[in-house]
Design a protein around this ligand. Structure first.
Ligand SMILES: Nc1ncnc2c1ncn2[C@@H]1O[C@H](COP(=O)(O)OP(=O)(O)OP(=O)(O)O)[C@@H](O)[C@H]1O
Length: 262
Protein backbone atom coordinates (compact mmCIF):
# COMPACT_ATOMS: atom_id res chain seq x y z
CA UNK A 1 0.00 0.00 0.00
CA UNK A 2 2.84 2.43 0.87
CA UNK A 3 5.89 2.60 -1.38
CA UNK A 4 8.97 2.60 0.86
CA UNK A 5 11.68 2.51 -1.81
CA UNK A 6 14.38 4.97 -0.70
CA UNK A 7 15.59 7.68 -3.10
CA UNK A 8 18.04 10.55 -2.72
CA UNK A 9 15.39 13.20 -3.34
CA UNK A 10 14.53 14.98 -0.08
CA UNK A 11 10.91 14.78 1.05
CA UNK A 12 11.02 18.56 1.42
CA UNK A 13 13.55 21.03 0.19
CA UNK A 14 13.09 24.74 0.81
CA UNK A 15 15.81 27.07 -0.37
CA UNK A 16 16.26 30.81 -0.06
CA UNK A 17 12.68 31.43 1.03
CA UNK A 18 11.91 35.08 1.76
CA UNK A 19 8.57 36.80 2.17
CA UNK A 20 7.19 40.06 3.51
CA UNK A 21 3.74 41.23 4.51
CA UNK A 22 3.79 44.81 3.27
CA UNK A 23 6.88 46.20 4.97
CA UNK A 24 7.17 43.38 7.55
CA UNK A 25 9.82 40.82 6.67
CA UNK A 26 8.42 37.52 7.94
CA UNK A 27 11.01 35.15 6.40
CA UNK A 28 14.49 35.92 5.15
CA UNK A 29 16.53 33.49 3.07
CA UNK A 30 15.23 30.41 4.88
CA UNK A 31 16.54 27.02 3.74
CA UNK A 32 15.32 23.78 5.31
CA UNK A 33 15.68 20.18 4.15
CA UNK A 34 13.72 17.14 5.32
CA UNK A 35 15.59 14.09 4.00
CA UNK A 36 13.38 11.19 3.02
CA UNK A 37 12.23 9.12 5.97
CA UNK A 38 13.45 11.57 8.63
CA UNK A 39 11.70 13.67 11.26
CA UNK A 40 12.98 17.23 11.32
CA UNK A 41 11.98 19.80 13.94
CA UNK A 42 11.31 23.51 13.62
CA UNK A 43 11.24 25.71 16.71
CA UNK A 44 11.18 29.43 17.29
CA UNK A 45 9.71 32.04 19.62
CA UNK A 46 6.31 33.61 18.93
CA UNK A 47 6.30 35.71 15.79
CA UNK A 48 9.52 34.16 14.44
CA UNK A 49 7.83 33.04 11.20
CA UNK A 50 6.90 29.39 11.80
CA UNK A 51 3.31 29.73 10.59
CA UNK A 52 4.37 31.74 7.55
CA UNK A 53 6.88 29.01 6.68
CA UNK A 54 4.33 26.20 7.07
CA UNK A 55 1.72 28.16 5.10
CA UNK A 56 4.05 28.59 2.13
CA UNK A 57 4.81 24.85 2.09
CA UNK A 58 1.16 23.81 2.40
CA UNK A 59 0.00 26.35 -0.19
CA UNK A 60 -2.26 28.15 2.31
CA UNK A 61 -0.20 31.27 1.64
CA UNK A 62 -0.80 32.38 -1.93
CA UNK A 63 1.07 35.71 -1.95
CA UNK A 64 4.43 36.44 -3.54
CA UNK A 65 7.65 34.99 -2.15
CA UNK A 66 11.23 34.47 -3.22
CA UNK A 67 12.95 31.10 -3.24
CA UNK A 68 11.94 27.57 -3.97
CA UNK A 69 9.78 24.93 -2.27
CA UNK A 70 10.08 21.36 -3.52
CA UNK A 71 8.05 18.43 -2.23
CA UNK A 72 9.45 15.08 -3.35
CA UNK A 73 11.54 17.02 -5.87
CA UNK A 74 8.57 18.82 -7.39
CA UNK A 75 8.49 22.64 -7.40
CA UNK A 76 5.32 23.82 -5.65
CA UNK A 77 5.03 27.42 -6.84
CA UNK A 78 1.52 28.09 -8.11
CA UNK A 79 0.15 24.68 -7.04
CA UNK A 80 -2.95 25.26 -4.87
CA UNK A 81 -3.19 23.75 -1.37
CA UNK A 82 -5.80 21.16 -2.35
CA UNK A 83 -3.55 19.77 -5.10
CA UNK A 84 -0.50 19.38 -2.88
CA UNK A 85 -1.87 16.16 -1.37
CA UNK A 86 -1.31 14.57 -4.75
CA UNK A 87 2.34 15.59 -4.52
CA UNK A 88 2.50 13.60 -1.26
CA UNK A 89 1.80 16.27 1.36
CA UNK A 90 -0.32 15.74 4.47
CA UNK A 91 -0.92 18.59 6.86
CA UNK A 92 -2.11 18.78 10.45
CA UNK A 93 -3.36 22.25 11.32
CA UNK A 94 -2.75 24.12 14.55
CA UNK A 95 -6.47 24.65 15.20
CA UNK A 96 -8.34 21.38 14.71
CA UNK A 97 -10.41 21.41 11.52
CA UNK A 98 -12.90 18.58 11.53
CA UNK A 99 -16.57 18.27 10.57
CA UNK A 100 -18.13 18.17 14.04
CA UNK A 101 -21.44 16.57 13.10
CA UNK A 102 -19.86 13.81 11.01
CA UNK A 103 -18.59 10.61 12.60
CA UNK A 104 -14.95 9.67 13.08
CA UNK A 105 -15.20 7.26 10.16
CA UNK A 106 -16.78 9.87 7.87
CA UNK A 107 -14.17 12.49 8.75
CA UNK A 108 -11.36 10.05 8.04
CA UNK A 109 -12.95 8.93 4.76
CA UNK A 110 -12.93 12.54 3.58
CA UNK A 111 -9.12 12.42 3.69
CA UNK A 112 -9.11 9.71 1.01
CA UNK A 113 -11.08 11.63 -1.57
CA UNK A 114 -8.01 12.38 -3.72
CA UNK A 115 -7.81 8.67 -4.52
CA UNK A 116 -11.41 8.19 -5.65
CA UNK A 117 -11.35 7.17 -9.29
CA UNK A 118 -15.07 7.23 -10.13
CA UNK A 119 -15.46 10.87 -9.06
CA UNK A 120 -18.40 12.83 -7.81
CA UNK A 121 -20.94 11.55 -10.37
CA UNK A 122 -20.07 7.92 -9.53
CA UNK A 123 -20.53 8.47 -5.82
CA UNK A 124 -23.90 10.21 -6.28
CA UNK A 125 -25.19 7.54 -8.68
CA UNK A 126 -23.73 4.76 -6.49
CA UNK A 127 -22.28 2.88 -9.43
CA UNK A 128 -20.77 -0.57 -8.67
CA UNK A 129 -17.32 0.92 -9.19
CA UNK A 130 -18.05 3.72 -6.69
CA UNK A 131 -19.36 1.16 -4.16
CA UNK A 132 -16.24 -0.99 -4.53
CA UNK A 133 -14.04 2.06 -4.04
CA UNK A 134 -15.93 3.12 -0.96
CA UNK A 135 -15.50 -0.39 0.49
CA UNK A 136 -11.74 -0.17 -0.18
CA UNK A 137 -11.53 3.26 1.39
CA UNK A 138 -13.43 2.08 4.47
CA UNK A 139 -11.03 -0.81 4.88
CA UNK A 140 -8.14 1.65 4.73
CA UNK A 141 -9.85 3.97 7.21
CA UNK A 142 -10.17 1.07 9.71
CA UNK A 143 -6.52 0.06 9.19
CA UNK A 144 -5.49 3.63 9.95
CA UNK A 145 -7.76 3.88 13.01
CA UNK A 146 -6.08 0.71 14.31
CA UNK A 147 -2.75 2.57 14.38
CA UNK A 148 -4.13 4.50 17.35
CA UNK A 149 -4.81 1.38 19.47
CA UNK A 150 -8.26 1.48 21.04
CA UNK A 151 -8.60 5.27 20.92
CA UNK A 152 -10.58 5.56 17.68
CA UNK A 153 -11.79 2.11 16.62
CA UNK A 154 -14.47 1.62 19.31
CA UNK A 155 -15.79 5.12 18.59
CA UNK A 156 -15.76 4.97 14.77
CA UNK A 157 -19.49 5.74 14.52
CA UNK A 158 -19.51 8.59 17.04
CA UNK A 159 -19.85 12.22 16.04
CA UNK A 160 -16.56 14.02 16.32
CA UNK A 161 -18.06 16.76 18.52
CA UNK A 162 -18.39 14.26 21.39
CA UNK A 163 -14.66 13.45 21.41
CA UNK A 164 -11.88 14.56 23.73
CA UNK A 165 -9.36 17.04 22.40
CA UNK A 166 -6.68 14.34 22.08
CA UNK A 167 -9.00 12.06 20.12
CA UNK A 168 -9.97 14.88 17.76
CA UNK A 169 -6.30 15.40 17.08
CA UNK A 170 -5.88 11.67 16.39
CA UNK A 171 -8.79 11.84 13.92
CA UNK A 172 -7.09 14.71 12.16
CA UNK A 173 -3.85 12.77 11.83
CA UNK A 174 -5.77 9.68 10.67
CA UNK A 175 -7.53 11.78 8.04
CA UNK A 176 -4.20 13.11 6.78
CA UNK A 177 -2.89 9.53 6.55
CA UNK A 178 -5.75 8.55 4.21
CA UNK A 179 -4.04 10.38 1.36
CA UNK A 180 -0.93 8.17 1.91
CA UNK A 181 1.35 11.19 2.43
CA UNK A 182 5.10 10.95 1.98
CA UNK A 183 5.58 14.10 4.02
CA UNK A 184 3.54 15.18 7.05
CA UNK A 185 3.57 18.81 8.20
CA UNK A 186 2.73 18.74 11.87
CA UNK A 187 1.96 22.14 13.35
CA UNK A 188 1.99 21.72 17.14
CA UNK A 189 0.25 18.34 17.15
CA UNK A 190 0.61 18.01 20.95
CA UNK A 191 -0.88 21.42 21.82
CA UNK A 192 -3.48 21.02 24.58
CA UNK A 193 -2.50 17.42 25.38
CA UNK A 194 -1.60 16.22 28.86
CA UNK A 195 1.79 14.50 29.47
CA UNK A 196 0.38 11.00 29.07
CA UNK A 197 -1.39 11.83 25.80
CA UNK A 198 1.72 13.64 24.56
CA UNK A 199 3.85 10.57 25.25
CA UNK A 200 1.38 8.29 23.52
CA UNK A 201 1.20 10.45 20.39
CA UNK A 202 4.99 10.74 20.38
CA UNK A 203 5.19 6.93 20.26
CA UNK A 204 2.56 6.76 17.52
CA UNK A 205 4.36 9.33 15.35
CA UNK A 206 7.61 7.45 15.80
CA UNK A 207 5.88 4.21 14.80
CA UNK A 208 4.44 5.87 11.67
CA UNK A 209 7.88 7.07 10.73
CA UNK A 210 9.45 3.64 11.39
CA UNK A 211 6.88 1.45 9.72
CA UNK A 212 5.59 3.64 6.90
CA UNK A 213 8.70 5.73 6.34
CA UNK A 214 6.64 8.92 6.40
CA UNK A 215 8.91 11.96 6.57
CA UNK A 216 7.81 14.71 8.95
CA UNK A 217 8.39 18.37 9.63
CA UNK A 218 7.40 18.96 13.23
CA UNK A 219 6.69 22.42 14.65
CA UNK A 220 6.40 21.93 18.39
CA UNK A 221 6.91 23.92 21.58
CA UNK A 222 7.46 20.88 23.79
CA UNK A 223 11.22 20.32 23.71
CA UNK A 224 10.89 16.82 25.16
CA UNK A 225 8.88 15.82 22.07
CA UNK A 226 11.37 17.47 19.72
CA UNK A 227 14.26 15.73 21.43
CA UNK A 228 12.55 12.32 21.34
CA UNK A 229 11.47 12.47 17.71
CA UNK A 230 13.72 14.71 15.67
CA UNK A 231 16.98 13.79 13.99
CA UNK A 232 17.76 17.45 13.55
CA UNK A 233 16.02 20.71 14.40
CA UNK A 234 16.04 24.15 12.79
CA UNK A 235 15.69 27.29 14.89
CA UNK A 236 13.86 30.31 13.47
CA UNK A 237 14.32 33.72 15.04
CA UNK A 238 12.96 36.95 13.52
CA UNK A 239 12.42 35.21 10.19
CA UNK A 240 15.93 33.72 9.90
CA UNK A 241 17.31 30.27 10.59
CA UNK A 242 19.92 30.94 13.26
CA UNK A 243 21.15 27.35 13.61
CA UNK A 244 20.19 23.72 13.04
CA UNK A 245 21.39 20.38 14.29
CA UNK A 246 20.75 17.74 16.96
CA UNK A 247 18.59 18.99 19.83
CA UNK A 248 21.26 18.62 22.51
CA UNK A 249 23.57 20.93 20.54
CA UNK A 250 20.83 23.46 19.84
CA UNK A 251 19.77 23.67 23.48
CA UNK A 252 23.32 24.52 24.46
CA UNK A 253 23.64 27.23 21.78
CA UNK A 254 23.75 30.72 23.29
CA UNK A 255 22.03 32.28 20.25
CA UNK A 256 19.06 29.97 20.78
CA UNK A 257 18.81 30.70 24.48
CA UNK A 258 18.96 34.42 23.67
CA UNK A 259 16.29 34.16 20.95
CA UNK A 260 13.84 32.45 23.32
CA UNK A 261 14.56 34.73 26.28
CA UNK A 262 14.87 37.89 24.20
N1 LIG B 1 -1.08 38.44 7.53
C1 LIG B 1 -0.09 39.13 8.08
N2 LIG B 1 0.05 40.47 7.87
C2 LIG B 1 1.05 41.18 8.40
N3 LIG B 1 2.00 40.65 9.20
C3 LIG B 1 1.92 39.33 9.48
C4 LIG B 1 0.87 38.50 8.93
N4 LIG B 1 1.06 37.23 9.38
C5 LIG B 1 2.17 37.26 10.17
N5 LIG B 1 2.68 38.51 10.21
C6 LIG B 1 3.92 38.92 10.91
O1 LIG B 1 4.99 38.13 10.39
C7 LIG B 1 5.87 37.71 11.43
C8 LIG B 1 5.90 36.17 11.48
O2 LIG B 1 4.63 35.68 11.94
P1 LIG B 1 4.25 34.12 12.01
O3 LIG B 1 2.81 34.05 12.39
O4 LIG B 1 4.68 33.45 10.79
O5 LIG B 1 5.17 33.65 13.24
P2 LIG B 1 5.01 32.37 14.21
O6 LIG B 1 6.41 31.98 14.57
O7 LIG B 1 4.17 31.37 13.59
O8 LIG B 1 4.28 33.00 15.45
P3 LIG B 1 3.34 32.23 16.55
O9 LIG B 1 4.22 31.20 17.22
O10 LIG B 1 2.97 33.35 17.46
O11 LIG B 1 2.18 31.65 15.81
C9 LIG B 1 5.36 38.36 12.70
O12 LIG B 1 6.06 39.58 12.86
C10 LIG B 1 3.89 38.62 12.42
O13 LIG B 1 3.42 39.71 13.15
Amino acid sequence: MFDTTPTDTPALSVSGLSLSYGGVKALEDVSVTVPEGRIIGLIGPNGSGKSSFINVISGAYQGPYEGEVRIGGREMRGIPANRRAKAGLGRIFQGIRLFDTLTIEQNILLGGHIHYGSGFAGSILRTPQARRELARQRERAYEIMALFGDRLLPRAGQQVLSLSYANRRRVEIARALMSAPELLLLDEPMAGMNPHETEELTDQLRALNDTRKISMLLVEHKMQVISELCDSTYVLSSGKIITHGPVARIQADERVVEAFLG
